[in-house]
Write a protein that binds this ligand. Sequence first.
Ligand code: GDP
Ligand code: MG
Length: 354
Amino acid sequence: MIKIGLVGLPKSGKTTIFNAVTGSEADTSDYYSGATKPNLAIVEVADERIDYLAGIYNPHKKIFATIEYMDFVGIHHDEIRKEIFSGELLSIIRMVNALGLVIRGYDIPGSPAQPEQDIDTLETEFLFSDLAICEKKVDTLSKQYSKGGKNPDTEKELHLFQKCYDCLSENKMLKTIEFSAYEEKILRGFQFLTLKPMFIILNVDEDNFGKNQELKDKLSEKYKIVEIAGKFEMELQQLDEDEAKEFMEEYNILESAVNKLTRISYDTLGLISFFTIGSDEVRAWTLRKGATALDAAAEVHTDLAHGFIRAERFTYDDFKECGSEKALKSSGKFHLEGKEYKVQDGDIICIRHN
Ligand SMILES: Nc1nc2c(ncn2[C@@H]2O[C@H](COP(=O)(O)OP(=O)(O)O)[C@@H](O)[C@H]2O)c(=O)[nH]1
Ligand SMILES: [Mg+2]
């Protein structure tokens, strides 16, 4: 499952947004309990295509794709320390697939909102953290190398980590470099933060919602960005759906925080959904853009990938237009695909296997 980490400076509203999106009631810093474990919640990705398909197939279960969100319970806001993330925290943050940078867009006593500066601070933290790893690596590798371990692999690795070190020293994220497939493979195990996809969650008061276009335009040169009225939407969790909707409309908030967040997560990671259908279940699955029919099979079950023969496939749009599988077949919109077929968003797939 895709994991997204919510990171940000203390009091930027990470936990508030986590609660708004997941319906949880984790402690915000108003109610700090001293817990240090991250808050975890699995969120369904709303998709009206699943609702439509379930309407046709009447399955026992309809299952939406899911994303896991993690809210890192950082440092108590009274605590004074130099670094924002501890080493332990950073090692958990490294496990996520993408980072949602929660940026405070509201004033707190003694500290007016300074979104651009806060983004800078976070970026610098990530750069330093990766830099420290590269520095250590360069150090060990050059010792090995000078001790006579002059094998070509050591040399290549040394060159690679030196290149990374130089990049980070110039204040540039590692994702600005192009790596060879060989290099990517070596780097994968290190889970560098500045290689991770990132997006921005601008957390604002409801009165300010929708009034930050200039800032958003500026930030969007570098990041995808969503604006969320975190506290307001967290409080709306207490109301029933219709009431909440009414309040949201009053402030011109036309889409819920959870939908905005799942959408930007999909966009940032380049994710697509494919569907499986049947009388037992209608289900959405998540893949990365460019994934193959074999990847889709593996996502559903490793057995399907091992015994893969062909993928039967049609598109959701064609199905909706034709009205039935039979009509699809007679109009030539039912396809058989091999392992290498690149799955498209909205494909409805059935894997033939032995
Ligand atoms: N005014 C305002 N306060 C907020 C908003 N979101 C969070 N807060 C408050 O900011 C404080 C820190 O929130 P919290 O979610 O615990 O921040 P975290 O440290 O990043 O997890 C709490 O007192 C929240 O009630 C917001 O959108 N507007
Ligand atoms: Mg928190």
